[in-house]
Design a protein around this ligand. Structure first.
Ligand SMILES: Nc1ncnc2c1ncn2[C@@H]1O[C@H](COP(=O)(O)OP(=O)(O)O)[C@@H](O)[C@H]1O
Length: 217
């Protein structure tokens, strides 16, 4: 199944992607993760991308499209994939359509995880990630947890470089201006499905999997 996951920063796309990946055995392709890996490896591409990422702006379409083109040529995407954080604007969506036309493998669904603005802000400002095992926590929603210690492995919790209040505001603005138009784009192509991304992770995932099952038929 070929899935585009849409949603603002903090909407839970990454969390839901991982659950979908386990169930459907398709890889999650996160342009954010690919870019962060390039930045920490210090590749030329990473060096180019870093400034835009730190400022909460989008990295240029050329860089991101090159990465996606390479990734979709890998054999593990034959049975499908989850695109998480891509496309992020109309130009990227058009380029993705062209690429998939070339490959003869169109998308099955664009799934929007819909979360209110206030909720997003709270989630993003409290987000902490374990440096050892990658688990994600929120100090607003589980304040009883020991400060900066991972519940899963005891590792140290860190903030993502772009999870500070100023950058968060910019990322949400970029989402509103550049990414939200994709909702209409996919709706016009009869590919859009929406689930509410508030409440328990498991109940959101239940709604997500119901949508995906209905798309498989
Ligand atoms: N498809 C993309 N196009 C341009 N820039 C991107 C794309 N995906 C990720 N980025 C860059 O990486 C940053 C982090 O992306 P991501 O991990 O998806 O974050 P978020 O949690 O804000 O959705 C973005 O703010 C942006 O600078």
């Amino acid at each position: 199944m070929r899935i585009v996951l849409l949603g603002a920063p903090g909407s839970g796309k990454g969390t839901q992607s991982k659950l979908i990946m386990e169930r459907y055995k398709v890889p999650q392709i996160s342009t954010g993760d690919l870019l962060r890996a390039a930045v920490s490896a210090g590749t030329p591409l990473g060096q180019q991308a870093k400034a835009a990422m730190d400022a909460g702006q989008l990295v240029t379409d050329d860089i991101v499209l090159g990465m996606i083109r390479e990734r979709l040529a890998m054999p593990d995407t034959q049975q499908g994939y989850i695109l998480d954080g891509f496309p992020r604007n109309l130009a990227q969506a058009g380029a993705l359509d062209d690429l998939l036309k070339e490959l003869g493998k169109p998308l099955d669904v664009a799934l929007l995880i819909d979360v209110d603005f206030d909720n997003l802000m709270q989630r993003l400002t409290g987000r902490q990630t374990c440096g050892s095992c990658g688990a994600v926590f929120n100090r607003h929603t589980n304040p009883s947890r020991k400060e900066n210690v991972c519940d899963v492995c005891g590792g140290e919790l860190t903030h993502r470089a772009d999870d500070n209040e100023e950058t968060i505001g910019k990322r949400l603005k970029v989402y509103e201006e550049q990414t939200r138009p994709l909702v209409q784009y996919y709706s016009e192509r009869s590919l859009l499905q929406t689930v509410k991304g508030e409440g328990e992770i498991e109940s959101i995932y239940k709604a997500v999997s119901e949508v995906l099952e209905s798309c498989r038929k």
